[in-house]
Design a protein around this ligand. Structure first.
Ligand code: FMN
Length: 324
């Protein structure tokens, strides 16, 4: 399938794996890229720029296809060594960077000068337009359904994607709630040039996370995610568990006076415990409503091949058939 995104990233299928903390290691990124999509190493999961350089080198040993690195700009007083991470990305010969969190203007000139394509992930049309105006090559438009940080506007993809299509000139991916051929075909119909998936790619054979995480995804339904940290304007969609229930009780009790320190136990240092050790109640971890559509643990190639095969059938048989 040829779209503006397959052309831009030089890939076979318009399917991206978004950056995921403690999930986006070289194993998953390479598997998605080898399947014809584009996988992503999560930059900040690597503790130092030197660790990221090693992870990039490892990924290059596992695939000769393009892959991306995610750079997430966190709302923190002590920012990570972003210039160091950018240097590791450029020196590692990475072709695509997914930025997220806030406006990537500070790193954009360095990445563009190195010939790197930049796709910025954002949750509103105004932020997408800003990304376009500063020179991003593409955006991932993340709807309210998404796992992780959906922003504060709460606009689901049935509205957000056609709105993005009305306004944007650069190509965009549909992100949030994407899992299968129906997602891809619907996204294309709404003007997107492909899809970005997070949660769906966790439940794959190659995702280097504890088996408990994959089982939790299989067991969950679309009713099992919660929004947390809204009073802090740092809303996150997570899978419900005991820690999340506790956190929500604190939010109810403290109201608008709540501070990050009040919930630190439920949100800090959680990812290695959940993703690597499989301690599922260790705290709050991102998960999309799309868990309701995930019923198996295929390889990345099986998943991507199935999406593409079913998408062709859906377009050629069901949709074309409606015209006659
Ligand atoms: C476990 C998990 C961790 C994530 N970590 C990050 C991250 O560190 N940086 C980022 O930009 N997005 C992160 N995301 C968001 C994904 O890249 C993607 O935008 C989102 O999962 C899409 O929604 P979906 O889960 O419905 O497919 C994370 C998502 C999940 C599920």
């Amino acid at each position: 399938m040829k779209t503006k995104i397959t052309e831009l990233f030089d890939i076979q299928y318009p399917i991206m794996q978004g950056g995921m903390h403690y999930v986006g290691f070289a194993e998953l990124a390479a598997a998605v890229s080898n399947a014809g999509g584009i996988g992503t190493i999560t930059g900040l999961t690597q503790k130092t720029p030197a660790d990221l350089a090693n992870e990039i080198a490892k990924c290059k040993d596992m695939t000769d296809k393009p892959f991306a690195v995610n750079l997430t700009f966190l709302p923190t007083l002590n920012p990570p060594d972003y210039p160091g991470y950018v240097k590791a990305i450029i020196e590692g010969g990475v072709k695509v960077v997914e930025t997220a969190g806030r406006n990537p203007q500070s790193v954009l000139p360095h990445l563009k000068d190195a010939g790197i394509k930049v796709i910025h992930k954002c949750t509103s049309v105004r932020h997408a337009l800003k990304a376009q105006s500063i020179g991003c090559d593409a955006v991932s438009v993340d709807g309210f359904e998404c796992g992780g940080h959906p922003g504060e506007d709460d606009i689901p993809n049935m509205i957000l994607l056609p709105r993005a299509a009305e306004e944007l000139e650069i190509p965009f991916l549909a992100s949030g709630g994407m899992a299968n051929a129906q997602s891809l075909v619907a996204a294309l119909a709404m003007g997107a040039e492909g899809i970005n998936m997070g949660t769906r790619f966790i439940a794959t054979k190659e995702a280097p996370v504890h088996e408990n995480v994959k089982q939790a995804i299989l067991n969950a339904t679309e009713l099992d995610t919660q929004l947390i940290m809204r009073p802090l304007r740092n809303t996150e969609r997570v899978l419900n568990n005991d820690a999340v229930e506790r956190l929500i009780e604190k939010e109810k009790a403290l109201g608008k006076d709540i501070k990050f320190e009040d919930i630190i136990e439920e949100v800090a240092g959680v990812y290695p415990k959940v993703m690597l050790e499989g301690t599922m109640d260790a705290g709050a971890w991102s998960c999309g409503m799309v868990v309701g559509l995930i019923h198996d643990i295929p390889t990345c190639k099986e998943l991507v091949d199935r999406i593409m095969k079913d998408a062709f059938e859906l377009i050629q048989e069901r949709l074309a058939g409606l015209l006659s």
